[in-house]
Design a protein. Structure first.
Lengths: 578, 477
């Protein structure tokens, strides 16, 4: 044995503190203090300071704002993880629940989150009357809804694809449900969970920014945070301060990556199943620091008895049994029918209520209007996908085929994809105002600001995944130029491209709600489209029209996914999977 | 002859009223076919595992030997009949039963120690005792010094040692093994087998009985007191043999070889004992009664060539040993060659027929014609597809048509698998072609759209003509 991955008991008894310990201890203290302050601020009464436009754009406040935004992000992430750990196992293990939970997840994933902000803000304000907690909760909820579906799907998928021998081994050892969950279910899903968490977290910044400053029913609200800072600076036309916020945001994205996600990714490597050895093992300086420090081990030792006790308590969850014999089919089928009927009746009743509400408040014509406006927004989304494909696929392939370039470019693109595009809106808006280009066309640019990176990122990943022996074979056959693109590169990157396309298209739909109405220095730019319609009806408090708009947008997104992306995805899996 | 139990318990049948550790009482197992019908995997199997014995379950793939093991393990319920542990019906894995897996099935994120402790943890053993017992088991199995290693740092042999330690630490009275040595190289497997037998004869070894599933006939004869041979489709007990050789056993003895030969004979369907796999009149069987063995044309041709090179007749055990092939690798090829009338099996001897000799000696086009003729005459599914395509107006039918028919007798996966074999054979014989894009089977080779790049593009040339692609590669460009 060269080196043991974990030191033996002797190391623990050494009393001297090492530098790593001091750093880690300080970080823990700082974190605790930050949480305390965040909690205090959230309990503050909802006063005039909460109104948008009153947010101070003094750069001195910016670091504090940034930290408060960051805290919201992490609270949302914690909620998402908790939700995932409960929802996915139920969906994966209960035959009946699966029939409802998974389609529901599929739809919710396609829903434009920002459209619901109006409804959730109102609801949360009513839940915590007169307190900032309502706004905080609404913002956190917006971030939560933007990241949770990905995580849940990823965990659900991992649970369904657990290697059969491992499942059988765990059952033969008679692990109870609780033990199995922590020994097999969660560790087996750790790598996809961490990666999806990282990606969703990046996407979450966008929703944080959008949810910190919002106008609902004629009232504007703002939460102190980096998102509302940018909104305020943009309203006042302070381009310099927008730039400052962008710089802080970039630091924040890079910092969170370095301190949180990179270590987590590197740590999660230990949960890799043998069959899929990583080509390049991710490393992290922060993780190395943590590993050198004794604190995690001390914490683990402290946790151990608690974990044992919890494990004993959780034995009540029981051990799954094999029924002595199958064959009670009729009763089971009767149960299925009853269950299906109850769910169907409840769902239809709810849908009927929703339609009636729209009919009573805005009239059923609102649906037709929304569909008409939807075509315009759809055209913009399509333009975003097509244009980013034409531009970024060749660039991405160029980068991906050169290992040296890819090493440099991939982290940069990752930051770009995480960076909330709405921070850049003021700058583009300023240009649009100055050049008198309407938002009908400019909106495409705004929507593309965030969405395009997914195409680029996946094109790079796809090109990197093309096996080098195939490239060498093509070269030796003299296959070059357009033929090489058609026969090797495009088929090779297709699966990755489809993933990027789905994400980009979904991102563009979501962005339309904030990209079709933009305020810059007193000028309000508006595009004709479904996104603008939802934003306007939200601001006016016309909830009937908002609801109709959201429903129609869901219909658009879901239909598009079913008709186009889902099919491409299946094609990619069947014909072009590596 | 059954050796007396090491702990002094009498051999089975020795005492009236003694109880088998594990028992299957007329169990059947059916899986539901996609069209709602039932696919029998095991039919009316009764079996008892008594204290003091090692039993080997042998059979071709698809004989349900793994299913029987999992029924006895309590991992799956029987469709009818009962599986019992010490007289009590199983409703899940029993406390005193442990299992060793072909693929080791170690949790990669736990150390060796963590993996071995897991079963004790599940039984609520306090941490200190857990550790002590796990370390003892690690000692016993020769893993000392590797406690803190992760499974991926270990070689296959060491990993399977962890698998054994994890099973033995709970001191099971019955140890179930699912092809525990088949993922290991020959020498490592031999070494581990020897150590297992050595432990078995120790007086303090807690395990009272062992049941091993294997497709290695020599391994079965080497280890077991009793060998059970299962037939295929559905699995029934075809034969039960008492090994009765003194331990330690050596391969190079006449009695050992005779026993191996006998089992080969049983498995390949010696005269008078027809197995479901080698039918007497393949010409009249339907595609679901007579499944195609998973044999590639190249594999069968290779086997026949070796056979011809050795004078046209060879003892199957010798052939398997010389080629270093196990039953699961060799028998599908044998079954395929027999089905196509290229070879015959007679008392564990494989003999080439005149048609088989022609097949490997004539030029490629004649060989293809010969293959096409034999396949349409003797392989029911190939014949059915050819006939259906001949009757179809434009000589073209969608794969769904055939899959629907196959699903009456096979599971979803197996139906697809059968069609893939038929396509492989049909393509080689130029009887019909298959377009992976549309899922169409057609009488004549699919016309490729005129494509200027086709001459230089290997993605196209590889898919057309040439040798048939290996199974499962259809979906790839």
């Amino acid at each position: 044995m060269p080196t043991l991955p974990f030191p033996t008991g002797h190391a623990l008894r050494r009393p001297r503190w090492r530098p790593a310990d001091v750093v880690v201890a300080a970080a823990v203290l700082a974190l605790l203090y930050g949480l305390l302050r965040f909690g205090q601020a959230a309990r503050a009464p909802l006063d005039s300071a909460a109104a948008a436009g009153r947010v101070s754009t003094d750069p001195v406040g910016l670091p504090g704002f940034a930290l408060r935004s960051l805290a919201r992000m992490f609270v949302a992430l914690a909620c998402s993880v908790a939700f995932t750990l409960v929802y996915a196992p139920i969906a994966a293990r209960s035959r009946r629940a699966e029939k409802v939970l998974i389609p529901a997840l599929d739809i919710l994933q396609s829903v434009p989150v920002l459209g619901f902000l109006a409804i959730t803000v109102t609801a949360f304000l009513r839940l915590f009357p007169g307190s900032m907690l309502g706004l905080e909760a609404a913002s956190i909820f917006a971030i939560f809804t933007s990241q949770v579906w990905n995580l849940t799907f990823s965990f659900y998928h991992s649970l369904l694809t657990q290697p059969r021998p491992l499942v059988e081994a765990v059952r033969m050892l008679r692990l109870n449900r609780w033990q199995r969950f922590w020994r097999l279910d969660v560790p087996g899903a750790m790598i996809p969970l961490v990666w999806n968490g990282m990606m969703s977290f990046g996407g979450g910044w966008f929703f944080l920014t959008a949810s910190e400053a919002i106008t609902v029913g004629g009232r504007s609200f703002a939460l102190p945070g980096i998102g509302s800072y940018v909104a305020a600076a943009s309203q006042r036309g302070e381009l310099g301060r927008v730039g400052l916020a962008i710089a802080v945001m970039v630091l924040l994205v890079i910092g969170v990556n370095a301190v949180f996600w990179r270590p987590l990714v590197a740590w999660s490597e230990r949960f890799r199943m043998e069959e899929t050895e990583a080509a390049e093992v991710p490393r992290s300086v922060v993780l190395d620091l943590l590993r050198r420090s004794r604190l995690p081990r001390l914490a683990a030792r402290g946790w151990h008895p608690a974990g044992e006790a919890l494990g004993r308590a959780m034995r009540v969850l029981g051990t799954p049994r094999t029924p002595a014999a199958t064959g009670t089919g009729r009763r089971r089928r009767a149960g299925d029918v009853v269950f299906g009927l109850v769910v169907a009746v409840a769902a239809l009743a709810g849908a009927w209520e929703a339609v009636r509400y729209v009919a009573d408040t805005a009239g059923l014509g609102a649906f037709g209007e929304a569909f008409r406006l939807g075509t315009l927004t759809f055209a913009r989304v399509a333009a975003v996908v097509v244009v980013s494909t034409v531009i970024w696929v060749p660039v991405g392939v160029g980068i991906g085929l050169s290992p040296r370039l890819a090493r440099i470019a991939q982290p940069v693109v990752q930051v770009l994809a995480s960076f909330p595009a709405n921070f850049l809106f003021p700058i583009v808006a300023a240009v649009l105002v100055a050049t008198h280009v309407g938002l009908d066309w400019g909106g495409i640019v705004l929507m593309a600001l965030g969405a395009q990176w997914y195409v680029l990122f996946n094109a790079i990943a796809g090109a990197m995944a093309i096996p080098s022996d195939l490239r060498e074979a093509m070269a030796s056959l003299g296959v070059t130029g357009w033929l090489r693109w058609r026969r090797l590169i495009l088929p090779g990157i297709f699966p990755a491209y489809v993933t990027g396309g789905i994400t980009a298209s979904g991102g563009a739909w979501n962005a339309s709600i904030v990209a079709e109405v933009v305020t810059y220095g007193g000028t309000v730019l508006t595009a004709t489209g479904l996104g603008a319609a939802i934003a306007e009806s939200t601001a006016e408090g016309a909830s009937g029209r908002t609801l109709a708009g959201i429903i129609v947008m869901c219909v658009y997104v879901v239909t598009l996914n079913r008709l186009v992306w889902r099919r491409l995805y299946r094609l990619a899996e069947q014909r072009f999977a590596p | 002859m059954r050796p007396t139990d090491v702990a002094g318990l009498p051999a089975p049948g020795g005492t009236p009223g003694a109880m088998p550790i594990l028992a299957a009482e007329r169990v059947s197992k059916r899986f539901t076919a996609p069209d709602g019908g039932a696919i029998p995997v095991l039919e009316d199997v009764s079996f008892e595992l008594w204290p003091g014995e090692i039993v080997a379950l042998l059979g071709k793939s698809g004989s349900g030997k793994s299913t029987l093991l999992r029924l006895l393990a309590g991992l799956i319920p029987p469709s009818s009949g009962r599986a019992l542990h010490r007289g009590r019906p199983l409703d899940g894995p029993a406390d005193g039963v442990a299992m060793v897996f072909q693929t080791f099935a170690l949790l990669p994120w736990l150390t060796v120690l963590g993996n071995v402790e897991l079963g004790l943890e599940a039984r609520g053993v306090p941490p200190a005792e857990r550790r002590a017992r796990a370390l003892a088991a690690i000692d016993l199995i020769g893993l000392d010094g590797f406690e803190q290693a992760y499974p991926k740092e270990l070689s296959g042999g060491m990993r399977q040692r962890v698998g054994f330690a994890r099973a033995l630490v709970i001191e099971p009275d019955a140890l179930l093994m699912d092809e525990p040595f088949s993922a290991l190289d020959v020498l490592t497997a031999e070494n581990l087998r020897g150590e297992l037998l050595e432990m078995w004869t120790r007086p303090d070894f807690p395990t009272r009985a062992m049941l091993i599933v294997t497709h290695n006939i020599e391994e079965a004869v080497l280890l077991a007191d009793r060998v059970l041979v299962l037939s295929s489709n559905p699995g029934r007990i075809l034969a039960e043999l008492d090994v009765g050789l003194p331990r330690p056993r050596r391969r190079a003895t006449p009695r050992f070889e005779a026993l191996v030969d006998e089992i080969y004979g049983i498995i390949t369907g010696r005269d008078g004992v027809p197995t479901a796999v080698v039918p007497t009149v393949p010409e009249r069987a339907s595609p679901t009664e007579q499944p195609l063995p998973p044999a590639t044309v190249g594999g069968m041709a290779g086997l026949l060539e070796i056979l011809v090179g050795r004078g046209g007749r060879e003892d199957l055990p010798d052939l398997a040993r010389d080629l270093n092939l196990e039953v699961d690798d060799l028998l599908p090829l044998v079954d395929g060659a027999v089905l196509l009338g290229f070879a015959t099996v007679d008392d564990a001897d494989l003999a080439v027929t005149p048609a088989g000799r022609d097949f490997v000696t004539v030029d490629i086009l004649t060989a293809k014609e010969l293959f096409a003729r034999q396949a349409t005459e003797r392989a029911p599914l190939v014949r059915a597809i050819s006939n259906a395509l001949a009757a179809a107006v434009d000589g073209r039918l969608h794969e769904r048509f055939f899959l629907d028919i196959l699903r009456r007798g096979f599971s979803e996966d197996e139906a697809r698998h059968q069609l893939e074999i038929a396509i492989d054979w049909g393509r080689y014989g130029e009887l019909f072609d298959y377009d992976a894009n549309t899922g169409d089977l057609s009488r004549e080779p699919v016309e490729e759209e005129p494509d200027p790049g086709a001459q230089v593009s290997p993605t196209v040339t590889l898919r057309r003509g040439g040798p048939p692609p290996p199974r499962g590669s259809r979906a790839r460009p």
